[in-house]
Ligand binder design. Structure first.
Ligand code: ADP
Ligand code: MG
Length: 375
């Protein structure tokens, strides 16, 4: 029997809502979450990062400063995780750090995550693996989404199933059953919480809509919804990935002004919530399987969107023949999945194991992902 190994995963997603840190135990291909913490980003840093989504122009000095500040936040998150746990640092094999994406351009092709791993390794004293996405892009892949390969491992008891991660952007994994010889597929479906969060922030002075209670009170504006659904991204086939530089508040504002629509913040929130639910549902329903019996009918939701009860209700309504639920129902913490993935990616890297993503991202082959920084 293989000795269990411990890894820490660090993640800050497109929502820039905070740094998530997960401690996992890995033994015999089983992954167990031991501890988890979500730490806030300093307000100023969060604002600077969100500003970059709408306007990705930056002075090199500011860029370098952000690179270091994000690393500092990742170091603090690691320290907070370690201080609430009794595990000794020597027991931890490595950290897997995703960093903060500030630019993602598969057509270029280039993707940029900041929070330099050298600072993380030297300040925590733990080997740090990072820069996972660019390896996939160098092989012609989208560099995203990466979650499907990890979802396959984490949800192995549930396959076949869909896993939908609703962060700032939403992505879906379609996981075949054990006897099924289909490959895993997955792609970004478009906006998750990001457009709703922006309305909450600017119009309601709250960071997000708790449980979707505000959206629930609004009326869906069908004309706006149908216009938004015409965005070419929704209609494109996978492999595909997107970011907040494509789906942002300015895009919504322009549509509102072109269509001459005036509406309340609550109605806008309801319409944006419906956009997220409907775009995910339509793309799940578009998956073709060679045999109908193999089609996954369970949809597990992870990411912060799993706490939006109204969004989940709308998703279930549009996916009538499927069963939609938060992964909490099977004891998988929806908030921790992405950080757990980063820990798992570090383990794959140290074992020089290619990650099964070519069928998802369109890369020429499965690749060993990430570089290693020593303490
Ligand atoms: N209780 C809740 N009710 C509704 N939405 C929530 C709740 N908790 C978190 N969220 C949403 O989840 C988002 C964060 O999700 P997360 O998975 O961390 O995204 P990312 O990976 O983009 O950082 C928040 O910005 C918010 O929109
Ligand atoms: Mg987050």
């Amino acid at each position: 029997m293989q000795q269990p190994k411990y890894f820490i995963g660090l993640m800050s997603g497109t929502s820039a809502d905070g740094v998530d840190a997960a401690l996992i135990k890995s033994s015999n291909h089983e992954i167990q979450l031991i501890d988890f913490i979500s730490t806030e980003l300093p307000t100023q840093l969060k604002q600077s990062l969100l500003k970059l989504n709408a306007n990705p122009n930056i002075h090199l000095e500011e860029f370098c400063s952000l690179h270091k500040k994000v690393a500092d936040s990742f170091i603090s998150a690691t320290q907070a995780l370690l201080s609430q746990n009794t595990i000794k640092i020597e027991k931890i094999t490595a950290i897997g750090s995703h960093g903060q994406t500030i630019y993602h351009a598969p057509d270029l092709p280039m993707t940029l995550q900041i929070g330099h791993p050298a600072f993380i390794a030297k300040n925590t004293g733990i080997t740090t693996v990072a820069d996972f996405r660019v390896d996939d892009m160098a092989l012609g892949g989208q560099g995203a989404p990466f979650a499907p390969a990890f979802h396959k491992a984490l949800f192995s008891q549930e396959n076949p199933c869909f896993v939908v991660n609703i962060g700032g952007i939403a992505n879906v994994s379609c996981l075949p059953g054990k006897q099924d010889n289909q490959k895993i597929i997955g792609w970004d479906t478009g906006p998750g919480n990001s457009l709703m969060d922006e309305v909450c922030h600017t119009e309601l002075n709250i960071p997000y809509d708790p449980s979707g209670k505000n959206a629930r009170q609004g009326n869906i504006h069908n004309k706006l919804l149908n216009e938004m659904l015409k965005h070419p991204y929704f209609l494109a086939n996978y492999p595909k990935s997107t970011g907040r530089d494509t789906f942002h508040a300015k895009w919504v504002k322009t549509l509102l002004s072109n269509l001459n629509i005036e509406m309340s913040a609550i109605d806008l929130l309801a319409t944006l919530c419906e956009l997220t639910a409907l775009s995910i549902a339509q793309q799940i329903k578009s998956v073709k399987y060679s045999s109908k019996d193999m089609l996954p009918l369970k949809v597990w939701v992870v990411g912060g969107g799993a706490y939006n009860d109204y969004l989940l209700e709308r998703l279930q309504l549009h996916l009538k023949s499927y069963s939609v639920a938060s992964s909490q129902l099977i004891d998988i913490n929806p908030s921790a999945v992405e950080a757990m993935m980063c820990a798992w990616l570090a383990e794959q890297r140290l074992n020089n194991k290619p990650v099964e993503l070519a069928s998802v991202t369109g890369a020429k082959r499965n690749a060993v992902l990430g570089g290693t920084w020593h303490p």
